[in-house]
Write a protein that binds this ligand. Structure first.
Ligand SMILES: *Cc1c(COP(=O)(O)O)cnc(C)c1O
Length: 379
């Protein structure tokens, strides 16, 4: 029997170790990992420079309250902002980063309404869950936080129709990850940016899954040619050490003065030491490699000749393969597991691939062969 709540549908096996792009279970079986632990282990498992950074910091001090200067937080914030005009707030998860973003947007504008999108995912806490555009995630937890308005994604008219004097912000993912790996239309994003500008609405981009190199640039918004007012990070930032971050334009700083918001563990020194090393690994050269390998991955996926595939989409190392309704993605995932490949689902019937960014072209192609084999077997 289990002593845990049954809120996760868990597999019977346990992953007990990992190295680079491989994980090993308690039976000694090794898998090629196309999940990165759900978009977390972006630079792979058991990386010596991350282990060293963590151990070194552990021997100095684990935790200091946010009552004192924190040079590691300053350093990571600078690594994230680079030459852009952003300030950072550190927390412990994606949902918390989004809570901070929602609070900052309301405080800075003095307005309450936030427009988000159907099939979006922003987390499980009350604000983030209320922002999430999926009824199945909210069911039974009402009353939700008021004034979140959900409209269809990639639809400019639907968005225009709900903008009011009370609209504080628009909040979106540039690729809806959990919702089915749906990529934002570049022209729609341009229109959203314009509408936000014209109507004095802040634009919040949830980069919890798309950030930290996942799409081939440090942040996905760089590929869409704009700078959000606020953006949020978590998953890949600590490469498995729990960290979240909210970044906002410098001019918003007056709305987040002393006492306005906080987190006991936010910006924890162990996490910051790791995050700084993660960011140091994501050099322009490294990211160019991700882009290059991504093209090869998409090219290889396109050679799979299967009636079951409806669509292949994504950016960088964030890929969705939408399957026909007559084959269940759960079945495919189980068969891939037998073949020694871990992958994920998204949306209703989409196979989601999130390999570690350090994966070689050869390893990517091994994974594609396994997917090809499993899809062929179901004919
Ligand atoms: C995973 C995810 C979250 C929630 O992050 P947690 O760390 O689980 O709270 C929020 N937004 C997006 C886009 C995500 O993918």
């Amino acid at each position: 029997m289990s002593y845990l709540f049954s809120n996760y549908a868990r597999k019977a096996f346990e992953i007990v170790s990992g190295q680079d792009c491989y994980v090993t279970d308690n039976q000694g079986k090794t898998y090629l990992d196309f999940t990165s632990g759900i978009g977390v282990m972006n630079v792979g498992y058991n990386q010596p420079q991350l282990n060293d950074a963590l151990m070194k910091q552990a021997a100095e001090i684990w935790h200091t309250p946010n009552l004192y200067h924190n040079q590691l937080q300053e350093k990571v914030a600078q690594q994230l902002a680079r030459d852009l005009d952003y300030l950072a707030f550190f927390c412990n998860s994606g949902a918390e980063a989004n809570e901070a973003a929602i609070k900052l947007a309301r405080k800075a504008t003095g307005k309450s309404e936030i427009i988000t999108f159907t099939n979006s995912f922003h987390g499980r806490t009350y604000g983030a869950m209320s922002a999430t555009g999926q009824a199945s995630i909210q069911k039974g937890f009402e009353p939700l936080v008021p004034d979140f308005i959900h409209v269809p994604y990639n639809d400019v008219e639907a968005l225009k129709a709900v903008i009011t004097e009370q609209t504080a912000a628009v909040m979106l993912e540039l690729i809806q990850g959990e919702g089915g790996v749906t990529v934002a239309d570049a022209t729609w994003i341009k229109e959203v940016v314009q509408l936000c500008h014209e109507n004095n609405m802040l634009l919040i981009v949830d980069e919890v899954q798309t950030g930290i190199g996942r799409t081939g640039s440090l942040f996905a918004f760089e590929q869409f040619g704009f700078e959000p007012d606020i953006f949020t990070l978590a998953k890949g930032l600590g490469n498995g050490f729990p960290i979240g971050a909210m970044l906002g334009k410098k001019e918003l700083t007056h709305s987040f003065g002393p006492g306005s918001h906080g987190s006991t563990f936010g910006g924890n020194k162990l996490g910051m030491a790791v995050a700084s090393e993660v960011l140091a690994m994501l050099t322009p050269d490294f990211l160019a490699q991700v882009m290059h390998k991504s093209q090869q991955l998409f090219t290889a996926l396109q050679t799979i000749d299967s009636d079951y595939i409806l669509d292949i989409r994504g950016l960088g190392f964030m890929v969705g393969i939408e399957l026909q309704a007559d084959i269940s993605v759960a079945t495919i995932l189980e068969q891939l597991e037998v073949e020694g490949l871990l992958a994920l689902r998204a949306g209703t019937n989409t196979l989601r691939l999130l390999p570690p960014l350090i994966m070689t072209e050869e390893e990517l192609l091994v994974g594609v062969e396994k997917i090809k084999k499993v899809l062929a077997k179901n004919h």
